[in-house]
Design a binder for this molecule. Structure first.
Ligand code: LLP
Length: 421
């Protein structure tokens, strides 16, 4: 469910004509819908309303400050994976007590920041990290609240590159090592054991692998409690999939919540969730303008002004994004077939292969849908292209929430060494 629709033949985000935004801001650019962000956050909150639950939005999906502030106002906490994401969440008004800190490679500086701020929980991913966190906390005279991220050895996820819960993945503590590590955690002066954490992957549409992983985690929690550990929270991570095309039918938040309630049964725990894509994914589009058509013997290329540096998902994961023209096609239009490519000097700079679209010409604009998660955050300045602007719509209003940098801003961190100046 999202708020990008044709009105009077023109694609709108909520009540704003996307063509008007493109005229004012220039292409390529991202546009996000406040109503969609709010709706997704509230649907998840409603699905879990009857249990003690912290919805810690996964900042990595879309960390724009205005997006975070929108979600903070909906009561979301944050799942962060770096000091930078933590500072973003705090700056956007998410209280530290609603922040969980995940990731396999936290530095001492990042641990110190989290402890100074008083975050809800560190999700620890190895014995070495646990020892370091204890040292850092002890030196500050505090205890770090922790969950250990366990690897349940369950495969899931929309693409091998986004599966994280299988033996051999770098994430989590191997299953057999989890209980000995909790025993060690109980001995460490700088550590306060609070919970168990699991996250098995992303873009998961089928609940069964999650159910298996979560059931194992609940079993482990019961055993840990029986052996005297104060495990009062289970963090089930993120990972719920979204529809990228009409034929996708991922499980709904309500089905997901029913499954979670079923696996936790009567266990008295706070549930922590780290949804990213399911909140932000369908709340954003990337708009681009067609520069040229280039006929080839076996196909027609549509060369657009956005590149793989602006939206990496097709190049990284062969991901599909639906494409809509900003002007609604006429009923009489038949589709043509195009390969949609960008201007970057890489063969992977390709957004779609043999895609059917109504006839398109230079100067027409297109919207890549479902680009609100892992879109802008993954972008780069490759080929010395500026990061593209981000715009947030709310009803009939819109605002630029990240502007396009100038060439001077793009190069201002660079310096000439003495011998060249
Ligand atoms: N929690 C942890 C520990 C994670 O690693 C992730 C995503 C999430 C939560 C949020 O997962 P979500 O609810 O968004 O599925 N760039 C890839 C996805 C990478 C996911 C990384 N971790 C893509 O564009 O498909």
């Amino acid at each position: 469910m999202h708020h990008f629709d044709y009105k009077a033949g023109r694609l709108h985000c909520e009540d704003v004509d996307l063509g008007k935004i493109a005229d004012a801001v220039g292409t390529p650019l991202y546009v996000y819908s406040t109503a969609t962000l709010r709706r997704h956050a509230s649907v998840i909150a409603a699905a879990f309303a009857d249990i003690d639950c912290l919805i810690a939005y996964s900042v990595k999906a879309n960390g724009n400050l205005a997006v975070l502030a929108t979600l903070a106002a909906e009561g979301c906490g944050a799942d962060v994976v770096s000091g930078g994401e933590m500072l973003r969440a705090l700056k956007a008004g998410i209280p530290a007590r609603r922040i969980v800190f995940s990731g396999v490679g936290k530095t001492r500086e990042e641990m110190t920041l989290g402890l100074e701020q008083g975050i809800h929980q560190f999700n620890v991913e190895s014995g070495a990290e646990l020892e370091t966190l204890s040292e850092v906390a002890s030196s500050m005279g505090v205890k770090a609240p922790i969950a250990i991220r366990v690897n349940p050895d369950v495969a899931a996820g929309g693409h091998p590159n986004i599966s994280t819960g299988k033996q051999g993945d770098k994430f989590g503590v191997p299953w057999a090592e989890a209980e000995p590590l909790y025993a060690r955690a109980g001995e460490l002066t700088g550590i306060e054991v609070c919970g168990v954490d699991v996250h098995i992957g992303s873009q998961i549409g089928d609940l069964e692998p999650m159910r298996r992983a979560f059931a194992k985690t609940v079993e482990l929690t019961r055993r840990l409690r029986a052996s005297g550990h104060n495990v009062s929270r289970i963090d089930f991570g993120g990972g719920l999939g979204i529809p990228y095309e009409a034929s996708d039918a991922p499980a709904s938040p309500a089905d997901y919540a029913a499954m979670v309630r079923d696996v936790i049964g009567d266990l008295p725990v706070q549930v922590i969730l780290e949804p990213g894509r399911v909140i932000a994914g369908n709340a954003g589009v990337m708009m681009t303008e067609v520069l040229y058509q280039k006929p080839a013997p076996d196909r027609t290329f549509l060369i657009v002004d956005a590149g793989m540096n602006d939206l990496m998902r097709p190049a990284l994961y062969a991901a599909h994004h639906d494409v809509l023209p900003l002007n609604a096609p006429e009923k009489t239009d038949r589709n043509d077939t195009y390969d949609i490519v960008g201007p970057i000097c890489e063969s992977t700079d390709k957004f779609a292969t043999r895609r059917d679209l109504p006839p398109v010409k230079s100067g027409d604009r297109l919207a890549f849908l479902s680009a609100g998660a892992y879109g802008a955050v993954l972008s780069s300045q490759y080929n010395a292209r500026p990061l593209i602007p981000e715009v947030l719509v709310d009803g009939e209003n819109y605002a630029i929430v990240r502007r396009r940098p100038s060439f001077d801003e793009m190069t201002q961190l660079e310096a000439m060494p003495d011998w060249l100046s």
